[in-house]
Design a protein around this ligand. Structure first.
Ligand code: FAD
Length: 280
């Protein structure tokens, strides 16, 4: 039997140590067997990890895979971003995930860009139609948005600035995603919205992330996972059931693709994909 037809992609963060780099190479080899559309690599706003993003992208590209660097603009300069865009273009990179980013706490908001729509316009002005530009979307709304409506309009502004498609923040409530897509269509925005999927590996880590980025873990899921305490295996089995069901609903409802936040681990994403009927 062939693989399901919904395309998939995987996200990594740039590893910080040689051990992390070799683990990521091993994870990537396992994930590559599922023939993803691309691998993306995050980019830390405000400095530290930025060179490692470029190195990781070079490596993925040299292995013959499609690589998509994230590029965040807050705290950066036009000159810096222009330099990176030309490096990526000359390497043959075709897709960029364009973000505002978050400055580390305590860092003043200097820099020449305030919002992601400005970055999208800048990329188009510098490199024309060379890149497929992805932007972020928030089915449960961005935590700093003035209102839900404002966030939708800001999303529309990014697409109108020239973005081709969006990847969402993760969520566990499929209705929030379907509603978001419906609302974008009502605003006349037709760009594909790819759901971001966060497999569940550790509850405490997930709870911390979710508080920071405004992604809701529904009460029934929190209570269930809290009840498992240190029993990591039960949390993971529960997570596998819940996230597989979520993916099934998303695919049945017409999601154009699935983007997995791997946290540089292959197993949790592969378990879900296999349950969905994908095979290497
Ligand atoms: P924006 O679209 O600029 O929105 C930020 C906030 O400002 C929103 O509340 C929005 O409603 C509001 N807003 C937008 N435009 C305007 C405007 N013109 N006027 C007034 N208000 C406005 N972060 C990283 O640092 N590195 C990464 O690699 C990274 N990858 C990510 C990948 C995905 C798929 C997602 C969903 C998020 C990622 N993030 C990453 C996190 C992201 O940088 C943060 O969520 C950040 O706070 C917002 O980025 P954005 O691009 O959505 O910003």
């Amino acid at each position: 039997m062939g693989n399901p037809t919904t395309p998939i992609s995987f996200e990594f963060f740039p590893p910080q140590t040689p051990e992390g780099a070799s683990k990521l190479t091993a994870a990537r080899q396992r994930l590559a067997a599922f023939q993803p559309e691309f691998f993306s690599v995050t980019f830390g706003a405000g400095g530290s990890t930025q060179d490692r993003t470029l190195e990781t992208i070079r490596l993925i590209h040299s292995e013959g895979h499609s690589a998509a660097p994230h590029l965040s603009c807050v705290g950066s300069t036009r000159e810096n971003i222009r330099g990176l865009l030309h490096i990526y273009k000359d390497m043959g990179i075709k897709r960029i995930v364009a973000l505002r980013g978050d400055l580390p706490s305590g860092m003043a908001s200097i820099g020449e860009f305030q919002y992601a729509n400005e970055l999208v316009s800048f990329i188009r002005a510098q490199t024309g139609e060379h890149f497929h530009i992805e932007v972020a979307a928030y089915p449960e709304f961005h935590p700093q948005a003035k209102s839900a409506r404002d966030d939708m309009l800001n999303y529309k502004r990014k697409i109108n600035a020239g973005a081709n498609s969006a990847i969402t923040q993760y969520f566990y409530n499929a209705d929030a995603y379907f509603r978001f897509v419906d609302e974008t269509r009502k605003l006349g925005v037709e760009a594909p919205v790819v759901p971001g999927i966060m497999p569940i590996v550790r509850y405490s880590q997930l709870a911390r992330f979710s508080d920071m980025c405004g992604a809701e873990i529904p009460r029934w899921m929190r209570k269930t996972m809290e009840g498992y305490g240190d029993d990591v295996e039960s949390v993971q089995n529960f997570g596998l059931d819940v996230v597989t069901e979520l993916c099934e609903k998303l695919i049945a409802g017409g999601a154009p693709a699935l983007h997995f936040y791997t946290l540089n681990q292959a197993k949790a994403s592969i378990d879900i994909l296999q349950r969905l009927g994908y095979h290497a």
